[in-house]
Write a protein that binds this ligand. Structure first.
Ligand code: ADP
Length: 250
């Protein structure tokens, strides 16, 4: 493996029952990369992310993370994951921001409840990094969609991951908060050297933000510098000929 490759996927195939979704994917993500994953609904984006965090097992192919076969990976907490629509789910119980972030902590004993002072320090560090320390005693139910999303990213950051994977993090987040959120992610990528992969439908904005693009629609797959989005027929091939490509005004 190249020393710079943090994720290596080879000949990955995945089907649900007999429905093939991922067809022979091969790609490698470099340390410090910022990858936008695009493609139409049902194209397999969430499935790919779930495989990368170990929630689904592929039928065939290999995945190496930090050069180690995924199945043998000891420290999976080095991969932070923010699932789809989590910030839209109502929090029925009266949890505070601090408690939600704390719930992401994988303690050495594997038990939340034995929180050491070092763990508390980690929680506070993550809250500071995400710039939400002022919200720590607030109830989740009192926050906006954008603030909640930030809390869930903070929960993923609390174990000091090397890779952060987010599934449509901007759903339900207003435009102003989205801009804030993009600069927050960029900071994590540049200052904290986090490798970030995220799914988004906002092709125009992500091309400004990301370094690398992964396009996925069942049989179609491409991976490379974000410039491939602008090449020839990438978008038409990915979404079909009738897509209206909306350009945002700045
Ligand atoms: P995307 O994230 O790009 O919208 P998904 O990975 O969610 O795509 O889904 C890819 C395909 O797999 C879709 O056709 C979807 O209906 C199907 N699928 C997703 N999850 C399941 C499941 N648990 N069981 C069966 N089919 C599924």
């Amino acid at each position: 493996m190249s020393v710079n490759h943090i994720i290596e996927v080879q000949n990955l195939n995945f089907s649900y029952n007999n429905l093939p979704v991922l067809d022979n994917l091969t790609f490698s993500v470099e340390k410090g990369d910022y990858v936008g994953i695009i493609g139409p609904n049902g194209g397999g984006k969430t499935t790919l992310l779930k495989i990368l965090v170990g929630l689904l097992k592929p039928q065939s192919g290999t995945i190496k993370i930090f050069g180690t076969d995924f199945q043998k990976l000891k420290n999976r907490s080095e991969i932070g994951y923010v699932p789809q629509r989590i910030a839209q789910e109502s929090v029925e119980f009266p949890a505070t921001v601090y408690e939600i972030v704390e719930s992401g902590l994988i303690t050495k004993k594997g038990l939340v409840g034995n929180i050491s002072s070092a763990d508390k320090e980690k929680i506070n560090q993550a809250l500071k990094m995400a710039n939400i320390i002022n919200l720590k005693d607030r109830l989740m139910s009192s926050l906006s969609g954008g603030q909640r999303q930030r809390v869930y990213v903070t929960r993923a950051l609390v174990n000091d991951p090397k890779i952060l994977i987010l599934d449509e993090p901007f759903t339900g987040v207003d435009i102003i908060s989205q801009k804030d959120f993009y600069s927050f992610l960029k900071n994590l990528n540049i200052r904290e050297h986090l490798t970030i992969l995220f799914v988004s439908h906002d092709i125009d904005t992500i091309t400004e933000e990301i370094k690398t693009v992964l396009c996925l629609n069942r049989g179609m797959f491409c991976f490379g510098s974000k410039d491939i989005i602008h090449k020839e027929n990438t978008i038409e091939e990915l979404y079909g000929k009738n897509i209206t490509h909306i350009h945002h005004s700045k």
